[in-house]
Design a binder for this molecule. Structure first.
Ligand code: ZN
Length: 499
């Protein structure tokens, strides 16, 4: 190994120590640290993040990357290090173009905007958030301009979260979905089922936690490389493939919420636990393509977890842990977890109407960045689109435009990745069934580990090293298409609702 590569690895290892500490601080802040302890945590987190940022934008790192990217040195690297060097060099060059004062002002404005969004949501008053949202839009435009000069702003932001999934592709996919799913949802709406109050009875949080462990074990989460804790809004965090942590929130009257969060976050975690360990603690490791990552959590949560057969081998166990489910048949349970209902809140939406929550946000973002619709007009545009796609009108902005955190920190372009994840899932399902046979049969026979193994080998192992379109091509052998997801929805809901 060249002296240069050795020095570079030593430098990376130093940076990793900062990252390790910031990850740990973040985890502790979101799970265990008391309210009064938060401020000190934020201070420490800011300190170590700044140190890490300084190292990741230093002259020294730039010089090493330049030298390692030069043809002679680069040729001598193995594929993993080729990826690491080219990815880090790209990001370094992008970030270095942002003037330090602009970046600092952005970080501060993000924090202020986050607080304003919380206040606005609590007070149900969009005018509190509006000036901050405008600032986030303007600053994101400026920053994106530095990072990707010459590239159209919204296109560059989409690329940030799901590289290569350009708006022409996304438009095509979402149009296909709209054309086929609007009539499907309308047919289902005519067959609405009444609410079943038994699913909202009191449910001991400790018992819910036991169910979470039962589910994590069942789907293949490795206990020796993972941990579980409680938080407000569930998330997954990784140190490396050897230490992946999931969180959950146990609502006393909504056991289904923690059950499906457990499976969803478990899906993210299984991905991170099964990345090639040679990639640990480098940019080749944890997958940074949000659509691809979300495709795994949503595959477990929806494609597997909302399939009746998933529950066949474990439904009795669920009843032992949560006694109220003993009184509910598996058929009734299956109906409830696939209850399609036009509703206001994205995170509570069913698998099918969820698509429209994302399409709406994608179109809103295009209205902001391409049609330059003024911020003041956005709430009305939101409500108009809700009416168009789901035939309901929010009573207030809290259940409308103020519901999501994403725009408050300028994460424009993030939303489409959730739905892209589901679109990929439709494709994976067809590829998987061609190779392993019927998923219904595999699940019914308790052979879910074979499905996990297939996903491990086809997707997880490669971590961040394959771009979304390359993953789809490698796993499915074809171009990305929404048709498999549409076929899946039509088959599933035709059966459930007797359409
Ligand atoms: Zn997720």
């Amino acid at each position: 190994m060249s002296r240069l590569l050795n020095d570079f690895k030593a430098y990376l290892s130093k940076m990793q120590q900062y990252e390790h500490v910031t990850t740990l601080l973040f985890w502790d802040m979101k799970t265990k640290a008391p309210k009064q302890g938060q401020a000190a945590h934020i201070e420490a987190l800011t300190h170590f993040s700044a140190e890490n940022f300084a190292m990741s934008t230093s002259e020294a790192l730039g010089n090493m990357l330049d030298q390692l990217a030069a043809p002679e040195e680069y040729k001598a690297l193995d594929d993993t290090w080729k990826f690491i060097i080219s990815r880090m060099k790209r990001d370094f060059d992008r970030n270095r173009r942002i003037p330090a004062d602009v970046y600092e002002a952005f970080v501060r404005a993000q924090a202020e905007s986050g607080t304003a969004w919380e206040d606005a949501k609590r007070a149900d008053d969009f005018s509190i958030f509006a000036p901050h949202l405008k600032k986030m839009i303007d600053m994101q435009k400026e920053i994106t301009g530095y990072k990707n000069p010459g590239k159209e702003v919204y296109e560059a932001m989409l690329d940030e979260y799901e590289e290569g999934m350009d708006s022409v592709t996304i438009d095509r996919l979402f149009q296909e979905l709209k054309r086929e799913l609007i009539p499907l949802v309308q047919k289902i709406a005519e067959k609405q089922q009444p609410e079943d109050p038994r699913f909202h009875e009191y449910c001991d949080p400790d018992a819910q936690k036991k169910v979470q462990w039962m589910l994590l074990d069942y789907i293949g989460f490795r206990r020796d490389s993972g941990a579980v804790d409680e938080t407000e809004h569930p998330f997954t965090i990784s140190f490396s493939s050897k230490d992946v942590r999931v969180t959950n929130h146990y609502y006393e009257h909504e056991p289904l919420s923690s059950i499906f969060s457990a499976i969803h976050e478990g899906g993210h975690a299984i991905f991170d636990q099964n990345v090639n360990p040679a990639y640990d603690k480098t940019v080749a490791g944890s997958c940074g393509y949000m659509g691809i990552h979300e495709s795994q959590s949503r595959f477990y949560e929806n494609i597997l977890g909302r399939n009746k057969n998933f529950w066949v081998p474990i439904y009795d166990k669920l009843g032992e842990l949560l006694p109220q489910f003993k009184e509910i048949s598996l058929d009734e349970f299956y109906r409830e977890i696939n209850h399609v209902k036009n509703s206001f809140i994205r995170t509570e939406a069913d698998e099918l109407t969820y698509c429209f929550h994302i399409i709406l946000r994608y179109e809103m973002e295009q209205a902001i960045f391409r049609d330059h619709v003024p911020v003041e007009e956005l709430p009305a545009l939101w409500n108009q689109k809700m009416k168009e796609y789901l035939q309901i009108t929010p009573k207030n902005d809290r259940e409308g435009i103020l519901q999501d955190v994403h725009w408050s920190d300028a994460s424009f372009g993030y939303f489409p990745s959730y739905l892209l994840g589901s679109i990929y899932d439709g494709m994976y399902l067809e590829a998987l069934e061609q190779e392993l046979g019927s998923v219904d049969e595999l699940l019914k026979a308790g052979r879910i580990s074979e499905i996990t193994k297939w996903l491990n080998e086809k997707i997880h192992w490669y971590g961040n090293t394959r771009k979304p379109k390359e993953v789809i091509e490698a796993v499915c052998g074809k171009e990305v298409s929404a048709e498999p997801l549409i076929r899946y929805f039509k088959k599933k809901y035709t059966e459930i609702y007797g359409l």
